[in-house]
Write a protein that binds this ligand. Sequence first.
Ligand code: PGA
Length: 253
Amino acid sequence: MRKPVIAGNWKMHKTRDEALQFIFNINVKVPNKEFVETVICAQSPVLRDLVKRQGDHLRIGAQNMHEATEGAFTGEVSAALLENIGVSYVVLGHSERREYYNETDSSVNKKTHQALRFDLTPIVCVGESLEIRESGDTNLHISAQIKAGLKGLSAEQIRDTIIAYEPIWAIGTGKTATPEQANDTIKNIRKVISSLYNASVAEDVRILYGGSVKPENIDALMAESDIDGALVGGASLSAKDFLTLVEAANPNT
Ligand code: PGA
């Protein structure tokens, strides 16, 4: 059984006060981490404050990091520092970073290795544009992203990695992939992993869906065989909505 994951990606939202208030509101209501992994990925300057206040069942993630351990990289954040302040997860290769900051499969690959080296759980994002979806090349595109982005990981490391399938056309647009579309693409990702490793590794890897996930569609998404949770932007900004998503992922409710 793969443990579900609900990860909120706040992007560039929330001041420190707002972030602390949110954590205070959800902390005691988050389900036991044995059943669901609940993660909030926030802007770097508040990560330490959030880690200090995370309850037993909530964990904190970053939204990006640099692939080098240290050096002259003005404005960047290292995996070493993230680990040092108690951050547990890091989102890598989000489509916004690929589009606005020239993130490539090759940089995602270096960052994934580096994150694992520092005991951070990478949440590696892949996804196709509307153009690719309409041309029928989705699986080809995603499988190239998976092969290049996760290159060189051992079977053990890939089991420690979370993949997020996020069709770019569904992010922040209110358009969700249908649960079947999401599930089909995620099944295909498992096939790729199976061909690179083996069927048991492919069975074990957690693969999330992301793109306009909200309280209204989470149940249908979670009901699919291969969707192990969600990476959530907009709906993670509201404590009430976020808790609804986490509860929906809890197999015990
Ligand atoms: P959204 O964002 O839920 O607002 O569509 C998802 C994401 O970018 O991870």
